[in-house]
Design a protein around this ligand. Sequence first.
Ligand SMILES: Nc1ncnc2c1ncn2[C@@H]1O[C@H](COP(=O)(O)OP(=O)(O)OP(=O)(O)O)[C@@H](O)[C@H]1O
Ligand SMILES: [Mg+2]
Length: 224
Amino acid sequence: MLIQLKNISKHFIQGQNKIEVLKNINLTIAEGEFVAIQGSSGSGKSTLLHILGLLDTPSSGSYLLQGKDVSLLNDDELSNLRNSLLGFVFQSFYLIPYVSALDNVLLPGLYSKTPRSQLEHRARELLAQLGLKDRMKFKPNQLSGGQQQRVALARALINDPAIILADEPTGQLDSRTSQEILLLLKKIHEQGKTIILVTHDPATANCAKRTIHIEDGEVNVLSA
Ligand SMILES: Nc1ncnc2c1ncn2[C@@H]1O[C@H](COP(=O)(O)OP(=O)(O)OP(=O)(O)O)[C@@H](O)[C@H]1O
Ligand SMILES: [Mg+2]
């Protein structure tokens, strides 16, 4: 099993208050799945995705990634795993404003051992595949929202990760552009990647093969 969460809970302490955000979550995701995590605003989707993406740690419970308990890994092992296995896409694209589309895509590759020339070749190929052949030298503010999100998708793919984690990737886009991005995610899934798509929108969740519903920090057992 690619991903296995057992009794995952997450709380935040704020002053005297303990805020329980995730409650005893059990779920498994197999390699090659396209899963949506759907729930209303504040239900805990991003918190869950951050744990899945090794950006945050649970307060209790265990997370097995490729069968390995991630709580046993040190910081170096975690960042290596984050870089090689996981690709992230967010609602507000988080591109670096002062460098080109090409350099934005290249950047996460520079932490790997792949030579720069090879990375650049791959970045150009990815941007071309995503329809941005004539936009490689453009900076983010010279691109439309949909184009920026395609750059972010190319960036997520640069290290050829097995898993793509997308948090409301169409949240800032109009409906036509959203459809384009969702189609690209489908295509990426068909090329063999595991996709985990977080959304509040049931219609967006429909493009996944399976939907996990989260409500008030709890996952419906039937959908897990
Ligand atoms: N660092 C934090 N400290 C305290 N509370 C937090 C923290 N991070 C998240 N929360 C709380 O956890 C709950 C879930 O937040 P989360 O961001 O996971 O929701 P979400 O489902 O992604 O919502 P949205 O659809 O609006 O993005 C919210 O009530 C939020 O206030
Ligand atoms: Mg969120």
